[in-house]
Write a protein that binds this ligand. Structure first.
Ligand code: PLP
Length: 367
C-alpha cells in the first residue's frame, strides 16, 4: 500500500498511539476532578499545551477543541460576536477550507460584510493585496497559512505586520492546519488539527494571543477557563503532544519527493502542475492535472493498484469547490486534478511506482 493522501489525514504515529493507550490506562482522570487523578490529568494537559506552544514558537493561550472545524467555527463566530461593536467587515480568501468558508457565508447572512480574495489576483504578493482591502470597519482577517489543495503558502508573519499596520484593531485568524509542523505560523488566532500531524482524529487546538477575545461557542461545565466547555479528551491530547514531539524538523525529504514527482510528471504529455513552485508552496503537497482523464477515474485506477491519492477536493463528496477557481484552475484542468500529499515515511520508490501507474492510467483512459 502506498498512502499519498496525508493532507486528508495521516497515519497516527506509534508515539501517538502509545501515548493514547498509556493515558487511557494510567492517567484517565477528569481534568476537573479535585483529587490526584484529576491533578495528574491536568498536568498532562498543561504539558501538552506547552509542547504545542513551543512548536508554534508563540506565547499565548491554547484551547483544545474537537478539531480544526470547531476551532475555525469558534474563532469566526466568537471574534465577530466579541468585536461586533467595532466593525462589521471580515476579509477572507476564496481558497479557505469549508470550515471557514461556510461560517463566513453564515456571518454574511447575519449582517456582516465578507470580502473574499483570490490568490490568482495577486499570486506573488497576496499578503499586501489582503492588507489593501482592510478598512477601519474590518474586525477580522481570516486566511489559511497553507492551502490544502495546492500547497500554496502565505507568509503569515508578514501578513500579521501588514494587517496591524493598516488597522491595529483588526484581528488576524490563521487556519494553520496544513502549515503546522511544516512552516512558521503567526496570528492572533491559529487553528490546528492533530490528525494532520500523525495524531488522532477528534482533537485540535485554538491558539489565542494575549489580550485577544472571543465569545465561547460551547457553554456548559466551564472547562478551559470558561471558553470551551466539555471534558477534555486527555487521551487524544496526550497523543497530539506525542505526535508533535515526534514530528521531524528536517523536512528536506519532502523536497526530494516533490522534485522527483515533478520530474516524472514532466515526462508525460498534457500533465500540468497546479501547485506553485517551491518558493511559494510547501513541498509536501503537489497538485497536478492529467488532461483527458477525470480525477475520479485516475483516483480509482490508482486505488486498484493500492495507491491512495486525492482528487484534489475539486469536489468534496460531490460538492463543487470554489478553491480551484481561486487559483485560476478551471474547466478540464479542474476536472482532472490529482493531489498527492506526502508523509516523511514515503520513499522515492513510492513516487516512481506512482508515476509509472499514472503513465499506464493515461494509456488506458485518456481520450
Ligand atoms: N482546515 C484545513 C485547511 C483543513 O485541511 C482541514 C481538514 O481537512 C480542516 C480545516 C478541518 O480540520 P478537522 O478535520 O480537524 O476538523
Amino acid at each position: 500500500m502506498i498512502y499519498l493522501d496525508n493532507a486528508a489525514t495521516t497515519r497516527p504515529c506509534d508515539e501517538a498511539v502509545n501515548a493514547a493507550v498509556n493515558t487511557a490506562r494510567e492517567c484517565f482522570g477528569n481534568v476537573s476532578s479535585l483529587h490526584k487523578m484529576g491533578i495528574e490529568a491536568e498536568k498532562l494537559l498543561n504539558g501538552a499545551k506547552n509542547t504545542i506552544l513551543k512548536k508554534l514558537g508563540l506565547q499565548g493561550e491554547l484551547y483544545f477543541t474537537s478539531g480544526a472545524t470547531e476551532s475555525n467555527n469558534t474563532v469566526l463566530k466568537g471574534v465577530c460576536d466579541a468585536y461586533k461593536r467595532s466593525g462589521k467587515t471580515i476579509v477572507t480568501t476564496a481558497m479557505e477550507h469549508p470550515s471557514v468558508a461556510r461560517v463566513c457565508d453564515y456571518l454574511e447572512n447575519n449582517g456582516f460584510n465578507v470580502i473574499r480574495l483570490s490568490p490568482k489576483d495577486a499570486f506573488y504578493n497576496f499578503e499586501e493585496y489582503i492588507a489593501e482591502h482592510i478598512t477601519p470597519d474590518t474586525i477580522l482577517v481570516s486566511c489559511m497559512a497553507v492551502n490544502n489543495e495546492t500547497g500554496y503558502k502565505v507568509d503569515t508573519k508578514k501578513l500579521y505586520a501588514l494587517v496591524k499596520r493598516k488597522n491595529k484593531n483588526c484581528m488576524l485568524h490563521v487556519d494553520g492546519v496544513q502549515g503546522f509542523c511544516k512552516t512558521a505560523l503567526y496570528g492572533d488566532y491559529i487553528s490546528l488539527s492533530a490528525h494532520k500531524v500523525h495524531g488522532l482524529k477528534g482533537v485540535g487546538a485554538l491558539y489565542v494571543a494575549k489580550g485577544c477575545r472571543f465569545t465561547p461557542q460551547l457553554l456548559g461545565g466551564g472547562q478551559q477557563k470558561n471558553l470551551r466547555s466539555g471534558t477534555e479528551p486527555i487521551e487524544a491530547i496526550a497523543a497530539f503532544e506525542a505526535a508533535v514531539k515526534a514530528y521531524p524538523t528536517d523536512l528536506t525529504h519532502y523536497v526530494e519527493l516533490n522534485k522527483l514527482l515533478r520530474s516524472r510528471l514532466a515526462e508525460m504529455d498534457d500533465v500540468y502542475i497546479n501547485s506553485p513552485d517551491l518558493s511559494y508552496g510547501v513541498p509536501n503537497i503537489l497538485s497536478f492535472s492529467v488532461l483527458g482523464v477525470r480525477s475520479e477515474i485516475m483516483l480509482h485506477y490508482l486505488e486498484e493498484k493500492q495507491i491512495y491519492v486525492s482528487s484534489g477536493s475539486a469536489c468534496s463528496k460531490g460538492k463543487i469547490s470554489s478553491v480551484p477557481d481561486s487559483f485560476g484552475i478551471d474547466g478540464k484542468r479542474a476536472d482532472s486534478t490529482i493531489r498527492v500529499s506526502f508523509s516523511m515515511s514515503n520513499t522515492l520508490d513510492d513516487i516512481n511506482v506512482l508515476a509509472d501507474e499514472i503513465k499506464s492510467g493515461i494509456k488506458r483512459f485518456r481520450r
